[in-house]
Design a binder for this molecule. Structure first.
Ligand code: WAQ
Ligand code: MG
Length: 278
């Protein structure tokens, strides 16, 4: 029975569905999925209801866009393994993030400066960027063409026939918050991109202090605190190998190339970070 459902959804044309909400022209929230045509209207409704029924987010403009994906262009990939480092406070968390970044191949000074940059707001005048900064892993030079928008990773999702199972497994591991799967999928696409060394991220949501460092060798490494609760700063930095490819090509891959994940990695139990670890 389930075989029939799987093969019929796999053959159906796929659509990228993307929602974006703004308030007085300022970006508030975005979310996206890749689903068969038959699920588009349900997904549009789910994504829209996030912002129109959310008590704490009041958008004055919400748009949803569905666009057919060329199935020949679709890549399949595995989600990275998940680990969680428990730290005592955000200062320790930031030190751990810098260490994980240098372990991934980011210059240690660049890693520390990058953490500081996100803490201060990587956009013009210390604002939160809409997307990610791209940074040379060796020199720390910023490479994104628009430092206020940054680069938006887009067109990635969990295969629809896997979603329920992945959500249930994350939930059982205590990782059922919607942000975890969304960030995992985003990081999975980012570290699959040619030239990427690592990603650093924490949310701009004042209530959400967890962040992560991701790289191909060590996977999605959560850090329990990267900022104090109440702090509205957050962002993402994608670190690239110096001179390996054009930033235009990389941006095009991150923003436009569709990637579908059909397997979840290993979920490691949370562990306390011990100095000297890694
Ligand atoms: N592409 C690039 N950068 C983005 C994107 C995107 N699609 N979406 C958001 N950003 C940037 C932007 O600067 C946001 O301010 C920042 O990232 C944070 O976005 O417990 O929820 O959606 O394992 O607030 C990570 C930990 C949560 C989850 C991250 O990010 C966990 C999060 P948010
Ligand atoms: Mg946010």
């Amino acid at each position: 029975m389930s075989r029939v459902i799987i093969s019929s959804t796999m053959d159906a044309p796929l659509f990228s569905v993307r929602m974006r909400a703004t308030l007085r022209g300022r970006h508030l929230a975005g979310a996206e999925r890749i689903v068969p045509l038959s699920d588009v209207s349900q997904v549009v409704s789910d994504l829209m209801s996030r912002v129109v029924t959310g008590a704490d987010v009041v958008a004055d403009d919400v748009s949803c866009h569905a666009e057919r994906i060329d199935s020949d262009a679709l890549s399949h990939a595995n989600l990275p393994d998940i680990s969680t480092w428990q730290v005592s406070d955000f200062q320790e968390g930031r030190a751990v993030a810098a260490q994980l970044l240098s372990r991934a191949g980011v210059d240690p000074d660049v890693a520390s400066r990058a953490v500081q940059l996100l803490a201060e707001g990587a956009g013009p005048g210390g604002t939160v960027m809409r997307g990610a900064a791209i940074m040379d892993a060796a020199t720390g030079v910023r490479l994104e063409s628009d430092p206020s928008r940054g680069v938006r990773a887009s067109r990635m999702d969990v295969a629809i026939e896997c979603r329920r199972d992945f959500e249930a497994r994350l939930h059982r591991a205590g990782l059922g918050h919607r942000r975890v799967l969304e960030a995992l999928v985003l990081a999975g696409k980012v570290i699959s991109a040619p030239g990427i060394v690592a990603e650093l991220c924490w949310s701009d949501d004042p209530e959400y202090p967890v962040g992560y460092v991701a790289d191909r060798a060590h996977g999605y490494q959560r850090i329990s605190e990267l900022k104090p609760v109440g702090n509205p700063h957050g962002g993402r930095i994608f670190f690239v190998k110096p001179g390996t490819l054009s930033i235009i090509e990389l941006t095009n891959y991150l923003e436009r190339h569709p990637v579908m994940f059909d397997s979840l990695g290993k979920i490691n139990p949370a562990a306390r970070w011990e100095p000297g670890h890694g």
